[in-house]
Ligand binder design. Structure first.
Ligand SMILES: [Zn+2]
Length: 1079
């Protein structure tokens, strides 16, 4: 044992003096002193450690920054080098260009020269011709001259002869004429000669002109040749200079890479140091929980801080990690005396232990639930109000209440910070995104002619992002899924919504005291004071009329608020039975942590019926060509053409990340149970959006993918580059008039290095242009088609966007549909059109209460889960005993989400989904929908599904309703509705007495559905709060539908209100009587 200097250890020395010889008071004093010193030391040790850790973390940051800086420099150099290469290539091209031009000019010169030659020879010929002509003319002139003189001589001779011989004057005349003619011919010939000469001269002139032009052209060409020569010379010189320059970039890059290597070493060693300290911290905490370890802990803390001197001797005592290693510490202690001393400490220091244990527990809780210091800084944007936002709006977890707690307690676990700097989050996200893109590319195109090594590299990438724990069990034809009576909740449903008649409490507290200005909306849960099986319509109306007189409802009691707070809770029996069934079906045990999801083939009609009635969620495989449903109708090119390329698409921006994490784009730390979601919605042109997705997969990913195949050794580097490229090419943050204020504010907090995917949501496929798509969906079986007769929604005779209208979702990899429950807990259909897969999570209906409670606990809020945006943690759910189903939905597979099933979805590749809601005509569906109505009202919201309209229309349409409980429920709903309508009429009559309210009767009867507002709107909703208004529809002076609650709250002049009454109450009472529970 390494004994320390005696002088540095006065306490130890006094111990050695002999503890037994001290008096009781001295002993106590000594122990107190020890206790105090121990505490001081703990604090100092802690501080030192924290400081050291802080320093190390700062160092790590610094190193990381340096590394980033060097990376940037290396990139810059690479760019410079690339630029130089480009410059060289440009010059070479230029020189080549010059040379080809030179050749061209040389040819031109030759052509010009040839032409000149030709011209010259022509000129020569003409010159000769001219000379010749001139000569001929001269000769002719001379001949003529001679002839003339001769003729004149003849004339004289003739005259002499005539006088001498007295010749006939006639022949003299003739001779004269001959001479005359000769003369004329001569003149003509001379003239012709002159003309010929003129022509030759003109030709000559022309040729001279041409010759001059040719000479000029030659001059120009020669000049150009000279210029070219000069340019070529200059380019050659530049190239020579470039080539002569040494490759300084390579040397610099090498130097930088060396530096980077050194920094990497520093980072590694710093990380190790941090890990060492934090693991010591963890061990300390473990010890804190174990009573016996306290003394040892005090001793061992010393070991991690070498410069600190321990007053308790023996720095060599090893760590005590668990009960098992305690013996080892005994061996090393060796000294009985020391051991006794420890024992006496632990006996006497009970209070201290309790204190330490308590604080350790607190600290542990903090680690789980409270944000660390850094998150508090960034978490300031988080606030309570965010919980109120709608599901698709930006939202985040509530941290404010935790902050106060954190300030009181020193933070213990800075370890988590090390890897979760915001920059690091986005870096990790980039890499994950790159891997998913490679996976997506592979799944669409496969590897062609790749080496085994290359294939392995791609497989490794895919394996690293593989979702584990997915479970689907195929159900064969003829096999029935176990029946379960509304997931084991039927009795609860009946009790809530149509329990047998009870006596009305005599002194029932009036719920109407505050309703003098409006009648409260209709509710469906709670006691019934009349027996639906026997009561007549007139009885109902009469009992309801009591309300106006007494202020008490004589037909039904107030809604159940507490029981329906988080929907319903069942037990595990249904899931246990399913488990056994799945094991029989798949022939092996379902030990996986996720509960399997049943899947049937499209031709299994019986199977479909069973699953619709009993499964919380299920799949139908390969729905293409099902009854003529055509996946091709949803081809993206077709869709963008139909929707017009300039239309806008609502885009959600999120961080790509594995399903197991839930980072915010500005958050700094991942917590195991973080559930609040921080994303935002903006709007982009559909064309830009689709083009961006195309570039990411078909250009960037394609290149990287081929690079991996060609160079599998560089896989990691290629992935990093792809991640960075995908980020650089992400859709820029938009600025659209449709963007909400919240989204705009959110955008301002986006860091510049943020990696954000773009998820196109709620693309409505409705109206004339999308007939083909609607028609295709309409071919599915009635129970699944958006407009199938099987869906109760169609008895509202209206189209509700997102409910019975088809919506399309355009997903890149890792796009998240955050956790939710369908409106009014309806069923929903979702078809994956491919090419990528989607990973689904869901919680069966009977666990929805504990699930919602867990969500609220984690977010520390009592607000409705429906008004929040969340991403649950799979692990955490399992830890809390909540059953989770996890499965992959491949292209062509249809997911049916059953009644009351919470679910959340993440895409694995680029993929498009279509979705809509259906309302099965069953007691189960109608009961839960009605309960949800009351739930919404409890949270001051309104149900979208018009329950009264649907119920009355089903009955008036004489639609066959087989299920007895459903008939009974319909009758109960009609009874509540009748009573509510009577109360409303009485209220209106009272209003009309004192105000100028007008009641207009529409007197609708029979099958004719009511129509309000624009053509298709068969359901009247308040234009202000969206409450559904049945039978009595108030409108203001602009003919806008407005409820009496809003009239009151907005202080609208009641004298300007007209109320349209659609049916006489007597008529409705007769419909009520005509609908029998027993058939
Ligand atoms: Zn309203």
């Amino acid at each position: 044992m390494n004994t320390p200097e005696a002088s540095t250890n006065c306490l130890k020395r006094s111990n050695e003096d002999s503890v037994d010889s001290l008096s009781g008071f001295e002993k106590k004093k000594l122990k107190d002193e020890i206790k105090a010193r121990k505490k001081d030391m703990e604090v100092i040790t802690k501080q030192l450690k924290d400081n050291q850790l802080q320093q190390l973390i700062e160092n790590l940051d610094l190193y990381q920054n340096r590394k980033n800086c060097i990376d940037a420099q290396i990139k810059l150099l690479a760019n410079k080098q690339k630029n130089r290469m480009l410059e060289k290539e440009m010059l070479q091209l230029k020189i080549q260009n010059f040379q080809s031009k030179k050749q061209q000019y040389a040819i031109d010169v030759k052509i010009v020269d040839c032409k000149g030659e030709d011209l010259r020879s022509k000129i020569n010929k003409l010159n000769e011709k001219e000379t010749d002509l001139k000569l001929k003319k001269k000769q002719k002139m001379r001949h003529f001259h001679n002839d003339k003189s001769l003729t004149e001589e003849h004339d004289h001779e003739y005259a002499d002869l005539i006088t001498e011989h007295n010749v006939d004057t006639k022949s003299v005349e003739r001779m004269k004429k001959e001479v005359e003619a000769k003369k004329e011919a001569h003149d003509a010939y001379i003239l012709a000669m002159a003309a010929k000469l003129n022509l030759v001269e003109a030709q000559l002139h022309g040729l001279f002109g041409k010759q001059e032009e040719n000479d000029t052209l030659r001059g120009i060409i020669t000049q150009k040749q000279e210029e070219l020569k000069a340019q070529e010379g200059a380019a050659k010189k530049l190239l020579e200079n470039l080539e002569r320059q040494p490759d300084q970039f390579a040397a610099e890059t090498l130097e930088l890479k060396n530096k980077k290597g050194k920094i990497d070493e520093d980072i590694e060693s710093t990380k190790l140091a941090i890990e060492k300290i934090t693991s010591e911290d963890e061990n300390d905490e473990n010890e804190g929980l174990d009573e016996k370890d306290i003394e040892v802990k005090v001793v061992t803390q010393n070991a991690s801080v070498p410069n600190f001197t321990n007053d308790f001797d023996d720095p060599e005592i090893p760590f005590v990690l668990s009960d098992g290693s305690e013996d080892k510490s005994d061996e090393n202690h060796g000294q009985e005396n020391h051991r006794n001393q420890e024992a006496s400490f632990s006996d006497d220091l009970d209070d201290l232990e309790i204190q330490i244990v308590a604080s350790a527990e607190l600290i542990n809780n903090d680690d789980e639930e409270a944000p660390n210091r850094e998150e508090q800084e960034d978490g300031d944007v988080n606030n309570d109000d965010a919980d109120e936002t709608l599901a698709d709006e930006p939202c985040c977890s509530n941290q404010s209440s935790k902050k106060a707690e954190c300030k009181k307690k020193p933070k213990r676990k800075p370890k988590a910070k090390v890897h979760t700097k915001p920059q690091q989050i986005h870096k990790n996200s980039e890499l994950y995104n790159a891997k998913l893109h490679i996976k997506a590319y592979f799944e669409e195109f496969g590897y062609t002619e790749a080496s085994d090594v290359a294939k392995q590299a791609v497989d490794d990438v895919i394996e690293s992002v593989k979702e584990k724990n997915c479970s689907v069990v195929k159900i064969d034809q003829g096999v029935s899924f176990p029946e379960n009576n509304c997931r084991g909740l039927k009795d609860q449903l009946i009790q809530l919504i149509m329990a047998p008649k009870v006596e009305r409490p005599k002194s029932s507290a009036s719920s109407s005291k505050d309703s003098s200005n409006y009648v409260h909306p209709l509710t469906y849960t709670g006691d019934l004071y009349l027996d639906v099986n026997t009561v007549t319509g007139q009885d109902v109306l009469e009992s309801a009329a009591e309300f106006m007189k007494t202020g008490n409802n004589h037909v039904f009691g107030p809604p159940e608020k507490e029981k329906i707070r988080h929907v319903l809770e069942g037990d595990s029996r249904v899931v246990e039975a399913e488990k056994t069934f799945f094991e029989q079906q798949s022939l092996h045990s379902t030990n996986g942590r996720s509960h399997p999801v049943p899947m049937i083939s499209k031709n299994n009609e019986e199977g479909l019926k069973h699953l619709l009635a009993n499964a919380s969620i299920f799949m139908v495989d390969d729905v293409d060509e099902w009854n003529g449903f055509d996946v091709e109708a949803f081809d993206l090119d077709k869709i963008s053409e139909v929707l017009k390329s300039d239309s806008t698409v609502q885009v959600i921006r999120q961080i790509p990340q594995p399903t197991t994490t839930n980072f915010n784009f500005i958050s700094t730390e991942q917590k195991s149970n973080e559930i609040g979601v921080y994303h935002f919605t903006e709007h982009h042109k559909l064309e830009d959006f689709l083009e961006n997705h195309k570039i990411c997969i078909q250009v960037l990913t394609k290149d990287a993918y081929n690079e991996i195949l060609n160079n599998p050794g560089n896989k990691d580097e290629i992935l990093l580059t792809l991640g960075a490229e995908l980020r650089k090419n992400q859709l820029p943050l938009g600025d659209h008039e449709k963007d909400t204020k919240d989204a705009k504010a959110m955008k301002e907090t986006v860091p510049k290095y943020a990696n954000l995917l773009s998820f196109g949501t709620n693309v409505d496929l409705s109206g004339h242009a999308t007939k083909e798509q609607e028609k295709s969906c309409g071919k599915l079986p009635d129970s699944l088609a958006p407009t199938g007769r099987g869906s109760l929604l169609n008895f509202a005779f209206e189209k509700i966007p997102g409910l019975n209208e088809i919506q399309m979702y355009l997903k890149p990899p890792a796009a998240r549909t955050t956790g939710h429950f369908e409106s009014n807990s309806l069923g929903s259909i979702n078809i994956n059109l491919g090419p990528g897969d989607c990973i689904w999570f869901s919680v069966p209906a009977e666990y929805s209460q504990s699930f919602a409670q867990m969500l609220n606990r984690q977010r520390r809020t009592k607000k409705s889960v429906f008004s929040q945006t969340w991403w649950p943690n799979e692990e955490e759910c399992i830890k809390q005993g909540i059953v989770v189903q996890k499965f992959a939905q491949r292209p062509g597979q249809l997911v049916y989400v059953g009644i009351g099933t919470y679910h959340w979805v993440q895409s694995e590749g680029y993929t498009a989904n279509v979705s809509w809601n259906v309302m099965q005509p069953s007691f189960h569906q109608m009961a839960v929908t009605a309960i949800m109505n009351d739930q919404y009202l409890a949270y001051k919201n309104y149900s979208i599904v018009p329950i009264e309209y649907i119920s009355w229309n089903v009955v008036m349409s004489l639609e066959p309703v087989e299920e007895k409980e459903f008939r009974q429920l319909l009758k109960a709903i009609l009874m509540r509705s009748l009573a509510h309508l009577q109360a409303t009429l009485d209220f209106l009559n009272k209003k009309m007495e004192s105000n100028n309210v007008k009641l207009l009767s529409k007197k609708k009867t029979g099958l004719n559905p009511m129509k309000f507002g624009i053509d298709k709107d068969a359901v009247a909703r308040c234009s202000n709060c969206a409450q559904v208004l049945f039978n009595f529809v108030p409108t203001n002076k602009e003919n806008m539908i407005i409820c009496f609650k809003c009239i009151d709250e907005l202080s609208i002049d009641i004298n300007k209100i007209k109320v349209v009454q659609c049916y006489e109450l007597d008529y409705l009472a007769s419909v009520f009587d005509g609908f029998q529970i027993e058939q």
